[in-house]
Design a protein around this ligand. Structure first.
Ligand code: GDP
Ligand code: MN
Length: 377
C-alpha cells in the first residue's frame, strides 16, 4: 500500500525526522489560507499523487509571491500526472537548498535482508544516476539482529557528510527512518531528496512510504491512511456482494461464472482484438439478485459498449440461469447489446427460453467473443 507524501511526512514527524513546514490544500481558497498561515514569501506547490516523477511532470513549482502561487496552484489542481488527476496539493515553505541526498530502506531479496541505499546525488535525476553512474549509489545491508546502532549510522553518515554537525543529524535521521521501516512493516521508506539547507539543517523535503499489504492487519492506524480510488471502491463493493470484480479498462463488459472461465474469456477477447472492461466471476449461482448487482457494476463503467455473458452450466442448470437472466434484465434498463453464451446442462432448453429476448444468443465461446468484440468496436 502506498500513501501520499503529506501522510508520509506526518509519520516522519511522529518519528522525529525533520520536514519543512507544509499545509495540505484541496481548493484555491485553501491555498490562499495556507499562504497566510505559512507567512513566508517563497513556497513550493507539490501535487499529491500516488506516483513518482512529479517534478518532471510539472507537478512541483517554486513560487515567489501570491499571484504566482494562485496561478500555478490552479493549473496544478487541474492537471493529470501519469493519468492520475491531481485533487490536492501540499503548500510547503520553500527551503534554500545547498545539496540534495538520497536515503532509503527497502528489502533486498537476494540478500534476504533490509538494505540501506544512499547517495550524495539525490534529487529528481536519481534514476539517471543509478543508470549512468551506479557507483555513486551505495548500499549497506542490515543485519536484523543488530539493526542500525549509532556506530553504523555514523559510519554511513560520514560517507555522506563532511561536517560533524551534519553527520550527527544524518545519523539520527538514518536511525529513525530504519525504526519507522521496521515498526510499520514497510517495504520502502524513502527520502529523496534529503536536503542540506542554507542554515546547515538536514530536512526531508520529499517522503515516500510503501507498506507490506500482508502485514497491514497489524497496523489498523496505517490501514486508515488508505484512500481508495473509485475503481477500488467498486471492487470492495463487489466482494461484499459475493463476487470478484476487477476493473481492466476496456470496452467489453464480462460476466462469467468461475475464475478459470473468466480468465479464458478475457484471453479470447484479446485474441479477437478487443479489450475486456473487467474480470468478473459471479460464482456458481443463477440468483437473479446477484446478476442484477453484477450488471449494475458493469453498467456503471462508462467505457463499456457491450456485455458478454459467458456461463457454463454444470450443477446449476442453464435453463435456471436463463430464467434468472430474464428476471434480472426486466429490472435493468440498458441499451447496450448483450451477447450470451450458455453451455452445459439443459443448454437447448435455455436457448429456447431466451429465443424471444433481445439478447444475442450464441452457442460457442468463439462465436460469443467474436460477436462481442465486433459490437465493441
Ligand atoms: P518528485 O519529483 O515527485 O520526487 O518531487 P520532490 O518533492 O522530490 O521535488 C522535486 C525537486 O523539487 C527536488 O529535488 C528539489 O530540487 C525541488 N524542490 C522541492 N522543494 C523545494 C524547495 O523547497 N526549495 C527548492 N529550491 N527546491 C525544491
Ligand atoms: Mn522526490
Amino acid at each position: 500500500m502506498k500513501i501520499y507524501e503529506y501522510q508520509a511526512k506526518k509519520l516522519f514527524s511522529t518519528y522525529g525526522i525533520p520536514v519543512e513546514r507544509h499545509i495540505l490544500c484541496y481548493t484555491l481558497e485553501d491555498v490562499r489560507q495556507a499562504y497566510i498561515q505559512l507567512d513566508t514569501e517563497a513556497v513550493v506547490i507539490k501535487a499529491q499523487v500516488l506516483t513518482g516523477g512529479r517534478g518532471k511532470a510539472g507537478g512541483i513549482k517554486l513560487v515567489k509571491n501570491e499571484t504566482e502561487l494562485l496561478t500555478q496552484a490552479s493549473s496544478i489542481l487541474q492537471m493529470k500526472i501519469k493519468n492520475i488527476p491531481v485533487n490536492k496539493v501540499l503548500i510547503s515553505e520553500a527551503v534554500q537548498i545547498v545539496s540534495e541526498y538520497y536515503l532509503s530502506f527497502t528489502i533486498d531479496r537476494n540478500n534476504k535482508s533490509v538494505v540501506l541505499i544512499f547517495s550524495s546525488e539525490g534529487g529528481m535525476d536519481i534514476e539517471e544516476v543509478a543508470h549512468n553512474t551506479p557507483e555513486r549509489i551505495q548500499r549497506f545491508c542490515i543485519d536484523p539482529t543488530i539493526g542500525i546502532p549509532l556506530f553504523l549510522a555514523n559510519r554511513v553518515a560520514f560517507l555522506l557528510f563532511n561536517n560533524i554537525e551534519q553527520v550527527r543529524q544524518g545519523a539520527d535521521i538514518i536511525q529513525k527512518l530504519y525504526t519507522l521501516f521496521i515498526e510499520s512493516d514497510a517495504s520502502l521508506t524513502e527520502i529523496n531528496p534529503l536536503v542540506l539547507t542554507h542554515e546547515g539543517r538536514l530536512l526531508a523535503i520529499d517522503a515516500k512510504i510503501t507498506f507490506d499489504d500482508n502485514a497491514l492487519f497489524r497496523h489498523p492506524a496505517i490501514q486508515l491512511l488508505h484512500e481508495p480510488t473509485e475503481e477500488e471502491k467498486k471492487e470492495v463493493y463487489a466482494k461484499s456482494q459475493g463476487f470478484n470484480y476487477i476493473h481492466l479498462g476496456g470496452e467489453v463488459g464480462c460476466m462469467v461464472n468461475g475464475a478459470g472461465l473468466a480468465m479464458a474469456t478475457l484471453d479470447m477477447i484479446k485474441l479477437y482484438g478487443g479489450n475486456p472492461a473487467n474480470f468478473l466471476d459471479i460464482g456458481g449461482s443463477s440468483n437473479p439478485r446477484k446478476v442484477v448487482e453484477a450488471m449494475k457494476l458493469l453498467l456503471s463503467d462508462g467505457r463499456v459498449k457491450v456485455i458478454l455473458i459467458n456461463i457454463f452450466g454444470g450443477i446449476t442448470r442453464c435453463d435456471d440461469i436463463a430464467s434468472g437472466l430474464l428476471q434480472a434484465f426486466e429490472q435493468l434498463q440498458t441499451s447496450l447489446p448483450v451477447v450470451i453464451r450458455l453451455a452445459g446442462t439443459n443448454e437447448k432448453e435455455a436457448r429456447n427460453l431466451l429465443r424471444n429476448s433481445s439478447f444475442y444468443i450464441t452457442e460457442t465461446m468463439n462465436e460469443a467473443t467474436q460477436m462481442a468484440v465486433r459490437l465493441s468496436l
